[in-house]
Design a protein around this ligand. Sequence first.
Ligand code: SF4
Length: 417
Amino acid sequence: MVFNDNNSKHTLNSNESVQQVSVDYDSDWRSNLSNLEVPISVEKDPLLVKALSLTIEGRRISKDMGAKLFREADSQGLSSLANLIKVSRFGNYVFFNENLHVNITNVCTLACRFCAFRRGSRHIDAYSLSPEEFVSRIKPFSHIIDEVHAVGGLHPEWTVSHYSDIYQLTKQRYPNISIKSLTAVEVKHLASRSGLSISDTLSLLHEAGLDSLPGGGAEILVDSVRDRICRGKEKSSEYLEIHHEAHMLGIPTNCTMLFGTVETIEDMMTHLDKLRKQQDNSSGFQCFVPYPFLKDNTRLPEARLSTANEILRVISISRIMLDNIPHLKAYRMNIGDHLAEIAIHSGADDIDGTVGHEEIMHEAGSTTSVDYDAKRMQKLVKSTGLVPVKRNSTYNSFVILDEQIKSEKMKLPIAGQ
Ligand code: SF4
């Protein structure tokens, strides 16, 4: 994948030119990787050297080796190896988009133990947005954003028609805003409530304006863990099947991992392995988003919680193991801006966007600022020495936000798959 030098189309402000670029998915990131200088912190650890060799050869890091890397590899070396792989794909670019989170309802028929967001339907804070209320939330941001990220609880009464009305009205008012909406369990719930198959449910919603699915709700794709933290939610296999159906319909999706609850390292490796097998099968995952459990207002006292070091190790291992999912997001709503800045040097190539409004992580204790604009995102990325690239929701339109280093970086090979 190579950035092509197309016409400059956008201007951020009078002082700073930006560059609209397109993407060619032809080049081979593994061969780029074989040509990069290996950091000393990788070179001195035989385990990391082996992982690098396997990756260059196109062989997979097994679950056992992933667990061994997680437990034993030097932290700096692990981070450096993940960063090297990221650089082989994307050079020094870091992607973000201008988005807005709108939660459609916090009413939910389930009560996952890690969830601080859901409310019972009679709770004083319960809310359920009508289509008009939904678009009114978008209105103040409509001139800025490219994407609305809309997830919520499992409403006891709504069917597909309510969501179709929401998406249709959104597209009618704001045709250029991409709708990324519904976790897998919401899709399952709507299908069940509407008496439809998963495929028919997704087709109807796609026709109404749904552009992509976020990856939320994957938690850990091991049913014994799910039984402890989110009993009643879809099974691991159902999560994967729903994403498979979406991919078959041409709807791109993301995937996630919630860690730091009760899972083992082996459970995390199983999760990553299931995702890459699914991607082998259906190729529709755009981005992987790992995030640690936040405990405020939840009901999971036995959660082991994650240290900053563990969070970075998860991000690095994910980059090393997920050789077929192109993007890896540092989800700053959850891990905070400071850790996100380190994460983009530890394997992550994408950082969550302007956001505008966020409830799910903030109910659980996040204090990350939501009122970012593109300038602030640009500053955050540039302060780490990397190059900010504004992307669209579905990763097929990119604008480099740094004219000064454009000419140098435009030569970097950037691989997608
Ligand atoms: S995580 Fe989702 S499904 Fe579970 S209780 Fe919260 S809103 Fe409901």
